[in-house]
Design a protein around this ligand. Structure first.
Ligand code: PLP
Length: 280
């Protein structure tokens, strides 16, 4: 098989031949979940965590994945071998399948795609990014469902105005961004919301690596607290740790990338380089 290879509905196929049925309720009704990870040094980063979260995402919406964690792990590793990119991004999607009508569950379909790594704009890290707040939340926050309808629309609107990410705020409480978790730093404490958000794998890694030199609080966060923080950053698989220097029209940390955020990102990179996370 030459060209990029995907896994769709029990088969390895060329990307050009990767299709699902137009009556899949993932498409018709948005009944689908996914997870997304990347490789470092060619190895899938925290693969078990991502697969476990995928299983949880499915459980939250009553979707049963007809593959064990080990089977999904093997498919991901097989795709990495077949595609052999220097670094990859892997997307694992499970759709509800084709039911007897457009409101019935069918046999879930597993899709795993593998593409060369996307590079972030390096200026995001040296100069920091701007966040736009909006009132709202994702519908089922603990589940990484395929419903990013609001996110797509907000990003289309606000990226044109120079905002890199959009932050959901509900009744003055900070939640998460469209595809990242949000954190503030006050004195030597990292504070991040504990409810109404996706349990990010990068968030989990940040907790693990930062507990030796900072305090960590997971709790409700008021918007005012975020706006008056010493530093603010966001985290995700794609972005790692990305500094925020402006929220709406309010400057954060004097409009400069904060030193503690820089240190957390540096520690994250050290952790990645240590390879202690590589799974057998
Ligand atoms: N919150 C949402 C809504 C997301 O979509 C994501 C990732 O895409 C995250 C948070 C960050 O999660 P992770 O660190 O596992 O990439």
């Amino acid at each position: 098989m030459s060209g990029t290879v995907y896994f769709v509905d029990d088969k390895y196929v060329n990307k050009e031949n990767a299709f699902i049925h137009v009556n899949d309720i993932g498409l018709l009704r948005g009944y689908a979940v996914f997870d997304y990870l990347k490789t470092y040094f060619g190895k899938p980063f925290r693969l078990s965590d991502h697969i476990e979260r995928l299983q949880n995402s499915a459980r939250y919406i009553g979707l049963s994945i007809p593959y064990s964690n080990d089977e999904i792990k093997n498919i991901c590793n097989e795709l990495l071998n077949k595609n052999n990119f220097a670094e990859s991004n892997i997307r694992i999607v499970v759709t509800g399948g084709v039911g007897t009508d457009s409101k019935s569950k069918g046999n879930p379909v597993l899709i795993v795609t593998c593409e060369p790594r996307i590079l972030m704009n390096p200026e995001y890290y040296t100069d920091g990014i701007k966040l736009k707040t909006v009132e709202g939340s994702r519908e089922i926050s603990l589940s990484k469902t395929c419903n990013y309808i609001r996110a797509i629309d907000y990003l289309d609107e606000y990226r044109k105005l120079g905002f890199s990410e959009v932050l959901y705020v509900q009744n003055n409480k900070v939640l998460e961004c469209t595809s990242s978790n949000a954190f503030l730093i006050k004195d030597n404490t990292i504070i991040t919301p504990d409810t109404g958000v996706l349990m990010g794998i990068t968030r989990k890694v940040i907790f693990e690596i930062c507990e030796k030199f900072m305090s960590i609080e997971t709790r409700e966060v008021e918007l005012d607290e975020l706006l008056n923080a010493d530093e603010v950053f966001i985290s995700s698989t794609e972005r790692e740790i990305m500094p925020v220097i402006m929220i709406d029209d309010k400057e954060i940390s004097g409009g400069k990338v904060g030193e503690k955020t820089k240190r957390i990102h540096k520690e994250f990179i050290e952790y990645v380089k240590s390879l202690v996370w590589v799974e057998k």
